[in-house]
Design a binder for this molecule. Structure first.
Ligand code: GDP
Length: 302
């Protein structure tokens, strides 16, 4: 709807990859996300508060990787159902003492359906009963053959708890996504996807968004779903106030006139009147749709 100047190839720069962590329950998704955050982010904070905003960036050799901090499959499928594509690579966590389980298969199916490459983190290798080879064998039986066995799936043995091999995992994420040639143009108006929305008592509507292209500034007018609002403040994943953020950056946005839904896209716009029109049109459409749905249910009930 808002195609405000198409990028020339020379304007497009490499952006950081965005990662979703998936895998069977208790295989270590949350621990991995926490360990990556504390080893690569918090230690630099000298007593600072690490804000929880639903996504965070880590750095390895001056290169960034963004992790969506909502492990599990629901977030991934909700986003996709709403047409959002935010993930460049899925890190599939498989516990080496447990092996391939139902949600491991489910995660593979989700990633394949979304055409997102998979990197396997074979986790819990610190445990005496861990058996990484078994995991590799079981994965090979369902179509993921390890590179070390002649296939094309990168598998990294790690311990999320003991913080073993986490840098190798990050290196592999960079390597795998390099092939994808991820680009964005920081000179454009910002666009991206809503990761979370909530109503904060003191701050009003707060949205965590992932800026995927362009640069988002304080003062920008944004169209988010059916909401038009002006960005009053931006806060990065470390809780710092920032004036602007570029591509592949998760950020909290204050000042929206309402609470957006995860998976909503957003665009910074110049033409506020046109944005209002689109917002109104979308609202009418949503109303018509919900009326239709209610009508349908009533027929079923009677
Ligand atoms: P999730 O359900 O996939 O998010 O799994 P969690 O991160 O909550 O981990 C489940 C349990 O496994 C917790 O008790 C963790 O402490 C433990 N755990 C996770 N990673 C490791 C690991 O690398 N080694 C060991 N020994 N335990 C782990």
């Amino acid at each position: 709807e808002f195609e405000e100047g198409v990028s020339r190839p020379e304007d497009r720069e490499t952006r950081a990859p965005v990662v979703t962590v998936m895998g069977h329950v208790d295989h270590g998704k949350t621990t991995l996300l926490d360990s990556l955050r504390t080893t690569r982010v918090a230690e630099r904070e000298a007593g600072g508060i690490t804000q929880h905003i639903g996504a965070y960036a880590v750095e390895l050799n001056d290169r960034k990787i963004v992790f969506l901090d909502t492990p599990g499959h629901a977030a991934f499928t909700t986003m996709r159902a709403r047409g959002a594509k935010v993930t460049d690579v899925v890190v599939l966590v498989v516990a080496a003492d447990d092996g391939v389980m139902p949600q491991t298969r489910e995660a593979i199916d989700h990633a394949k359906a979304a055409k997102v490459p998979i990197i396997v983190a074979i986790n819990k290798i610190d445990k005496p009963d861990s058996n990484p080879e078994r995991v590799m064998r079981e994965l090979s039986e369902i179509g993921l053959l390890a590179e070390s066995w002649g296939g094309d799936t990168v598998m990294v043995p790690v311990s999320a708890k003991a913080k073993q091999n986490l840098d190798q995992l990050l290196e592999m994420i960079l390597l795998v996504t390099e092939i994808g040639d991820l680009k964005a143009n920081a000179a454009r108006n910002a666009s991206g996807t809503v990761l979370e929305g909530k109503l904060d008592r003191g701050r009003g509507p707060v949205a965590t968004v992932l800026v995927q292209d362009g640069t988002l500034h304080v003062g920008d007018t944004v169209l988010v779903g059916t909401i038009v609002g002006k960005v009053r403040a931006l806060q990065d994943d470390r809780g710092r106030s920032v004036r602007e953020v570029g591509p592949s950056t998760p950020v909290e946005v204050l000042g929206l006139g309402g609470v957006p839904t995860p998976g909503d896209t957003f665009q910074a716009v110049e033409d506020v009147a046109k944005a209002r029109q689109i917002a109104m049109f979308r609202e009418e459409q949503a109303k018509a749709k919900s009326l239709g749905a209610r009508g349908g249910r009533m027929t079923l009930e009677t």
